[in-house]
Design a binder for this molecule. Structure first.
Ligand code: GLY
Length: 391
């Protein structure tokens, strides 16, 4: 009897010792831990300064004011880290930095209103159902549709420059606010503008292979296209990496709200283009797929983060490629969470990720951390955690 009991006790003891051993930290938990300490560092650095960390310039922290197109991303990142950690400290900080953007409700000077308000107040509303967010978001949606031109069938992007009526592919990202505004108010006017803009963009912004132009300049008398070109990419006919990602994300969102198969098909074709044209070993693209100095060209982690988040959503829809989208997104997410991109705690001015490109032809923000990279990375971590839901 004894002889048979001893091995059993030994095995039970070993199992006990093994189960008491602390589990190795997963890549996911490590990423959330690093993001938590980095965002704490940024919040502490900001103190009561009314501004938002944007990137690094000349070895100092570059801040946004509220009218900068990236002003919503820092508050948005605070909302995502609150969601990932459930730490009330981050809710308090997210509310504080979101509140700084209040006066954007009176501003109509850019198409970027969707980025600014949906990433900040939109997340506040989504997570807290705080009704004070609603008028801010609806007024902002009104200002955004005030930039719509019936003749061109698009929302005007920028008010600077020599273009007659510039529309950039990035503008697809601002439609989420409009779909939300119709769902919230019951007024179809926001939805109608979003659908018209998405349809016109589909007609003019994409080549046959569903790669996109960056800027399309329209004639406001005839509604015709004057020119298709680039502003932030390498050349008019090249593939600016973040632009491809904005298009993918934008049409995925359009499908979420409308269930229109045309948008699903657009998102799938853009996904196919990206997945068959990014040839880097870690799936983080060069800043432009046709940059002349590849393989020495800088990578753009922001394009990878936006693509990752969009593909996580797209993979939840019923298509034959769903598993491939998920796998591709998961690979990006793990690679962004590796030492090659994830900051060391206490470094990188409190940003979570390294190695993005803002505007290379203008010699601005090259191989630097940028707040929207962190935002879409944190959104990806959240979506990965709650998959197959993304909300
Ligand atoms: N929306 C501007 C950019 O992506 O740089």
């Amino acid at each position: 009897m004894k002889k048979t009991i001893y091995p059993i006790l030994l095995i039970t003891g070993l199992l006990f010792v093994t189960s008491c051993k602390p589990e190795a930290e997963s890549w996911f938990d490590h990423s959330v831990k690093v993001a938590t300490s980095q965002l704490t560092m940024q919040v502490e650095e900001m103190g009561d300064v009314v501004g938002f960390p944007r990137s690094i310039r000349a070895d100092t922290l570059r801040l946004d004011n509220i009218y900068d197109w990236t002003s919503g991303f820092f508050p948005g990142s605070l909302w995502y880290i609150y969601e990932l950690t459930n730490d009330p400290f981050f809710r308090e900080q997210a509310e504080k930095f979101t509140g700084y953007l209040h006066d954007i409700r009176y501003y109509a000077g850019t198409h970027d209103l969707g980025f600014m308000i949906y990433c900040s107040y939109g997340n506040q509303w989504r997570l807290t159902r705080d009704t004070t967010a609603i008028p801010v978001m609806v007024e902002t949606a009104d200002n955004l549709i005030s930039r719509f031109n019936e003749t061109t069938g698009t929302i005007r992007s920028w008010d600077f420059g020599e273009w007659q009526f510039p529309v950039i592919v990035d503008n697809m990202m601002n439609l989420e606010l409009l779909f939300w505004a119709t769902e919230q108010t019951g007024d179809p006017k926001y939805w109608d503008v979003a659908v018209k803009h998405a349809n016109t963009t589909l007609d003019h912004h994409f080549r046959d292979d569903m790669s996109s132009y960056h800027v399309v300049n329209y004639d406001t008398i005839t509604g015709e296209v004057i020119k298709k070109e680039t502003f932030q990419g390498y050349s008019d006919e090249s593939h600016w990496a973040r632009g491809q990602a904005w298009g993918l994300y934008g049409y995925t969102v359009c499908y979420r709200f409308t269930q229109d198969e045309r948008y699903l098909e657009a998102a799938q074709k853009i996904a196919h283009f990206i997945m068959s044209h990014v040839h880097t070993d870690d799936l983080v693209p060069y800043w432009d797929y046709m940059a002349p100095d590849i393989p020495d060209a800088p990578r753009d982690a922001s394009a990878a983060a936006v693509t990752c988040s969009a593909l996580l959503e797209l993979s939840t829809y019923d298509t034959p490629e769903s598993a491939a989208y998920y796998e591709y997104a998961e690979t990006i997410l793990k690679n962004l969470s590796s030492d090659a991109y994830l900051s060391e705690e206490g470094e990188n001015f409190g940003f979570v990720l390294m190695h993005s490109v803002g505007h290379l032809p203008a010699n601005s923000e090259i191989d630097t951390p940028i707040n929207y990279t962190d935002y879409y990375y944190l959104e990806s971590l959240k979506r990965y955690k709650v998959y197959p839901s993304i909300q």
